[in-house]
Design a protein around this ligand. Structure first.
Ligand code: NAD
Length: 257
């Protein structure tokens, strides 16, 4: 018996096998979940996701650009058609203009600010709003965030502001969707992991060097640890947990010096 037997859901945010979304998907699959995946529309992205998702028996692999409402609606519709009402989804999506991340924060242009917020924070609200009718009562939603939402992390800049908005959105969504449909909404705050998006953060390697020096566990995290925590929050093991930001960061966030 797997923890996710009989459950099905949609994974937003797999780009390759380093993606945190992929590590969550892998754990969900091992526990018996039926999975659908989205990919950015270009065929190159579809091929990458297909190569990973087909061998684990993905039920649907659909294009989705979260900046486009019709694209979100079509992805949920197709997932529902193939898997029935969904028990969960994963939001593992972030984007900011690389140049904007490299500049001092006060130099962020209005355009770059809005684009980053749109794709990295508002998209969670859009997925909940459009996906709600396709979600089963008691479903669970997990988003990915980072500690740069709370404290200033050099180079994280606009993305820190986006993550603050994302975490606050998690609480408001949890309060409303819990009452409306018993849906839980939580976030995993992951320590630094080398992924495609992470490479866009200037000074990311310094973050990786810093964690083993400061974190209570004296190391960086393994991506599979994010996968296991995501699976926990999407499973019935966490049935009483909602609106939380759950740290998977080797304890880094508790240290004050
Ligand atoms: P990743 O590059 O593998 O994943 C980012 C995903 O966002 C990609 O799959 C990309 O296709 C998707 N995306 C970007 N713009 C999109 C759009 N308009 N529509 C749909 N999808 C879009 O990198 P990752 O590190 O696995 O990032 C996943 C999440 O984890 C992000 O929210 C990131 O901020 C968060 N996170 C990452 C780390 C880290 O160190 N890697 C730490 C904490 C939190």
């Amino acid at each position: 018996m797997g923890l996710m037997d009989g459950k099905s859901g949609l994974i937003f945010g797999v780009a390759n096998d380093h993606s945190l979304a992929w590590h969550i998907a892998d754990n969900l699959h091992r526990e018996g979940a039926k999975l659908g995946f989205t990919h950015l529309p270009p065929p190159k992205m579809e091929n990458r996701v297909r190569k990973l998702a087909e061998p684990i028996g993905a039920k649907c692999i659909v294009p989705c650009d979260v900046a486009d409402e019709d694209s979100i609606a079509a992805a949920f519709h197709q997932a529902r058609e193939t898997m029935g009402p969904l028990d969960f989804f994963v939001h593992a999506i972030a984007f900011a203009n690389r140049d904007a991340l490299a500049e001092p924060f006060y130099k962020t242009s209005r355009e770059d600010f809005l684009q980053a917020m749109h794709i990295s924070a508002y998209s969670l609200v859009a997925l909940c709003r459009i996906g709600l009718e396709h979600m089963r009562e008691g479903a669970s939603i997990v988003a990915l965030t980072y500690f740069g939402s709370e404290k200033v992390i050099p180079g994280y800049n606009i993305m820190g502001v986006c993550k603050a908005a994302l975490e606050s959105s998690v609480r408001y969504l949890a309060a409303e969707l819990g009452r409306e449909k018993k849906i839980r909404v939580n976030a995993v705050s992951a320590g630094p992991v080398r992924t495609l998006s992470a490479m866009g953060v200037s000074g990311f390697s310094k973050m990786l060097d810093h964690y083993p020096e400061k974190a209570p566990l004296a190391r960086n995290i393994e991506p599979d640890e994010v996968g296991k925590a995501g699976m926990y929050l999407l499973s019935d093991l966490s049935s009483g947990v909602t609106g939380e930001v759950h740290y998977v960061d080797a304890g880094y966030n508790i240290i004050g010096w």
